[in-house]
Design a protein around this ligand. Structure first.
Ligand code: PLP
Length: 382
């Protein structure tokens, strides 16, 4: 049955058409390298868009790794981070030889619970004063929405801890009129194929302080000292973005606003069409913030339906060829991080058990959305 129905993907890439023009320019100019005029232009245009200095790199994960190095995270350190995230956030911490400490989410934002951050920092400070405090906290802006930076920035300032903002999923979001990425001393974005704009693979490291972005560029190009020969005084990385992919990124950046508007419209449609179903609750939008609704996320209330998340997911796939995904599985529940310290309330674990991401691409049609909604209603109202 399902083979006959056209697949509806969760969040496929969505090209504007201008990519081929800029790509052809990159190819014709023979700049086929991890540097070049499109990389410079992409950084400049991104920087103007976001209002921060920017260094283009090969992935969001590379940007995270570099930002932790710039925060001077050392082997043996602990770094506090959101438990509810994609594994890349925690993996990057381990690349520095450091250990992640996982903090749970709050119900109002689904992002890091500021109270747990404060409790953890107070507990570390009371045991050992400044020496016990972490060098960095990595806060994640999940599913297109900023965390509660009113509280988080104040807490990080009070304890003088470097705040790194993982905004990989939230390019285009705002909080209190500021762009996602503004709140960290360092912040990162991803242009992976499923993100709101894409270069197939790629990332951006941003900072208020342009010197940090210069330093990131140095580390990302094998840390070459200024000399005519190859001279090195530091360990470097090969993390720069290709000029070809930067050409794609420039075309994508030009349609970011339209992509945000479409993703928000996707959410508005789902919300309107399903709001009468008591079993369904949608991800709340943080007060003072505008989410991009990168993915439309819902949870099933077990008091109101006997259908669980996996049943809904599998039936959408098998009956209707619709790809959905469970919400992220929190890092404190991942086998690879089972030994790590954590401060958990159970919020993210519950969201994982109950939650599903619906098809949310910016190329989704009205007919696609009608198909998804009709089937969800059939499954839940049967
Ligand atoms: C996608 C993502 C990353 C990693 O970005 P890549 O470009 O895929 O390396 C990091 N953090 C979060 C929260 C993400 O969703």
């Amino acid at each position: 049955m399902s083979e006959t129905k056209q697949k509806i993907w969760l969040s496929p890439p969505h090209l504007s058409g201008e990519e081929t023009v800029l790509l052809r320019d990159a190819i014709d100019s023979n700049w086929i390298a991890p540097l070049g005029p499109h990389v410079d232009a992409f950084e400049r245009e991104f920087s103007e868009e976001i209002g921060l200095s920017a260094t283009a790199v090969s992935s969001g994960t590379a940007a995270l790794h570099l930002s932790l190095l710039l925060a001077n995270v050392q082997p043996g350190d602990e770094v506090l981070t959101s438990s509810w995230t994609f594994a890349a956030t925690a993996n990057a911490i381990t690349y520095c030889g450091a250990t992640p400490v996982f903090l749970d989410s709050d119900r109002a934002t689904w992002n890091l619970d500021p109270q747990l951050l404060e409790e953890e920092l107070e507990s570390l400070a009371s045991r050992g004063g400044r020496a016990k405090l972490p060098r960095a906290v990595v806060v994640v802006d999940l599913y297109g929405q900023c965390a509660d930076y009113d509280a988080i920035c104040q807490i990080c300032d009070r304890f003088e801890v470097t705040l790194i903002e993982d905004a990989a999923e939230s390019l285009g979001a705002t909080f209190r009129g500021r762009n996602a990425g503004y709140f960290g001393h360092l912040s990162i974005f991803s242009f992976n194929g499923n993100k709101i704009i894409t270069t197939s693979g790629g990332g951006m490291l941003c900072a208020h302080d342009a010197r940090l972005c210069e330093r990131a560029k140095f580390l990302a190009t094998q840390a070459r000292d200024p000399a005519p020969h190859y001279q090195h005084s530091h360990i470097g990385y090969n993390y720069r973005m290709s000029n070809l992919l930067a050409a794609v990124g420039r075309a994508q950046l030009r349609v970011l606003e339209a992509r945000v508007a479409k993703r928000r419209a996707n959410y508005a449609y789902y919300h309107e069409a399903l709001r009468d179903l008591e079993a369904i609750e949608f991800m709340p939008e943080i007060e003072g913030g505008v989410s991009t609704r990168w993915l439309t996320c819902l949870t099933l209330n077990p008091a109101k339906t006997t259908c669980d998340r996996e049943t809904l997911r599998i039936r959408l796939l098998e009956d209707e060829n619709v790809e959905t995904r469970p919400l992220w599985k929190p890092m404190h529940l991942q086998p690879v991080f089972s030994q790590m310290r954590r401060r958990v309330t159970g919020v993210s674990g519950e969201l994982f058990d109950r939650g599903l991401c619906l098809p949310s691409g910016s190329s989704l049609t009205q007919a696609d959305q009608e198909r998804v909604v009709r089937r969800i209603r059939q499954i839940l109202l049967k």
